[in-house]
Design a protein around this ligand. Structure first.
Ligand code: PA5
Length: 489
């Protein structure tokens, strides 16, 4: 029988839309939550403030402590005759993937939270449990504490011969990271002698601190944390890019996503600049006593993005003096939560507790995989209604339900929407949060980029350990009130 040929018409070439994240703040507004919410008039009254905050960031970008704003561009650019930083990272990462079965980051704070967050967002959630062929990259560990039990347990799961360590410290002098480095370096030297340097890469300042001196002396491969890029703003330089590249994450897409967000934030217009809209709504909320900022992603892959955000927001905005020297105590306590898990532990408080918080959800439109809930137990109506829905539908529906419950109870909440979790959208998300933080700091008129409170703790540790040069600090600590037995039961 003759075959009937179907006429095939070639579909017209459609320009593929790149996935774009959005910031939805409907539920911050009086139109949705009544008298607790913000009004358009509030935006009008704050116009001068947010325009000057925008201009402050615009004027300082690429200079001083705002050099991180250039990372989405300059990490990809050739450096004169030299290849770009990204190319150098990709080369090193390829070699590490070839040589290593374990890749271990030693770092803390901004030198650890970004690598952890991006790993969890963009690698398989059970990465370390997969067979090598499926993983396509070494197992990944981030040692961001000096708990001796934890460090000892690491030695129980890695094989030193197949391990590469990446010690990351901007200052090159943080006690926690340097003590980890000294332990690991000692072991590597004892085990491999002159070959020890093949098991470690250092990411640190080009000149400052001790790590760079040791690395140069010992011939350890180094990457530079650029000037003007503070720890919590450093994910898009070698601090985050090397671990991500080792894990086969597309770091060029990560940077392109960040650049795309940066370009969307080029006007002082809250209708088009999502980071400015987010900063302004948070700032106005702070002025109304919302002292807590809950970050609640509805996806396990984004759980550690909330941890990264908490450091960024807390350390940047928690300050006791304005830029002109006036004493203040500003900031918002960041709290991390996970949807839906924490609906069963925290949401009761958020819905009915004090009116002191804003809740920001992060939603994902398309999960990378999904599972259908089977049609069984139909005789039980209390579970039958779940049948043939997917888990993805359920998690998204629960988010809508939670948003609704909060709105009904007049609780300020907003949602950052990701069409998907990919290197491109995560790049956008990181840049969004960093710009939002920079704008919020400018609105509060504080130094967003210092951390004297953290330095105080670091210096006190040096003093208590008897470091030379910290004698005065040691005296100060010894003169502080002693703990009294009367208050210990
Ligand atoms: O954001 C910051 O600057 C800090 O949290 C640092 O990242 C943290 O203290 C670690 O510092 P370093 O990278 O110098 O070891």
């Amino acid at each position: 029988m003759a075959q009937i040929k179907k006429k095939v018409t070639k579909p017209a070439k459609v320009e593929t839309q790149l996935p774009q994240i959005t910031f939805d703040y409907n539920n911050m507004m009086a139109s949705h939550i009544g008298e607790e919410g913000l009004r358009l008039a509030d935006f009008e009254t704050s116009k001068d403030d947010y325009k000057s905050a925008f201009n402050y960031v615009k004027m300082h970008r690429g200079t001083e402590w705002l050099r991180w704003t250039e990372l989405p561009y300059n990490q990809l650019e050739k450096r004169g005759e030299e290849q770009s930083i990204v190319s150098e990272i990709l080369e090193t990462a390829k070699q590490i993937r070839k040589d290593a079965e374990y890749f271990v980051v030693l770092g803390i704070g901004g030198s650890a939270l970004g690598p952890m967050a991006v790993f969890q967002a963009l690698c398989n959630l059970r990465h370390n449990d997969l067979k090598r062929a499926k993983r396509g990259a070494p197992k990944f560990y981030v040692e961001d504490n000096v708990d001796p039990e934890r460090m000892n347990s690491l030695f129980g799961v890695i094989d030193l011969k197949k391990t590469v360590f990446n010690v990351i410290t901007k200052s090159g002098s943080t006690s926690e990271t340097m003590s980890q480095f000294l332990i690991i370096w000692d072991i590597l030297k004892a085990e491999f002698g002159d070959e020890a340097k093949n098991h470690i890469v250092a990411t640190t300042d080009a000149e400052k601190g001790n790590l760079i001196k040791i690395a140069k002396k010992e011939g350890i491969k180094t990457f530079v944390v650029p000037d003007g890029v503070g720890g919590r703003f450093s994910e898009l330089c070698p601090v985050g890019l090397l671990p991500a590249a080792v894990l086969n994450i597309d770091i060029k897409k990560l940077l392109k996503g960040a650049a795309a967000m940066d370009k969307r934030c080029k006007d002082a217009d809250i209708k088009t600049n999502p980071a400015l809209a987010a900063a302004l709504t948070s700032y106005l909320a702070m002025k109304r006593g919302k002292n807590v900022s809950v970050m609640m992603p509805y996806a396990d892959s984004l759980k550690l993005i909330a941890d990264w955000y908490c450091q960024l927001w807390g350390e940047s905005l928690g300050k006791n003096v304005t830029l002109d020297g006036t004493a203040v105590n500003v900031g918002q306590t960041p709290v991390k939560a996970l949807g839906v898990t924490d609906q069963h532990s925290q949401i009761q408080l958020y819905t009915e507790g004090p009116f002191d918080k804003i809740i920001t959800f992060i939603s994902v439109e398309n999960f990378r995989s999904d599972i259908v809930i089977p049609k069984s137990a139909q005789e039980y109506p209390n579970v039958a209604f779940l049948a043939e829905h997917t888990m993805g539908e359920l998690i998204k529906t629960e988010l809508l339900a939670t948003e609704y419950a909060l709105m009904k109870n007049k609780r300020m909440n907003a949602t950052i929407k990701l069409p998907e979790v990919s290197a491109y959208t995560i790049g956008q998300l990181l840049e969004f949060f960093m710009l939002e933080t920079a704008y919020a700091g400018a609105l509060l008129n504080i130094d967003t980029f210092n951390q004297p409170g953290v330095e105080e703790g670091k210096n006190a540790t040096y003093a208590l350990f008897g470091r030379t040069g910290y004698e005065e600090k040691a005296f100060e600590i010894n003169s502080a009130p002693k703990k009294l037995g009367a208050f210990i039961v």
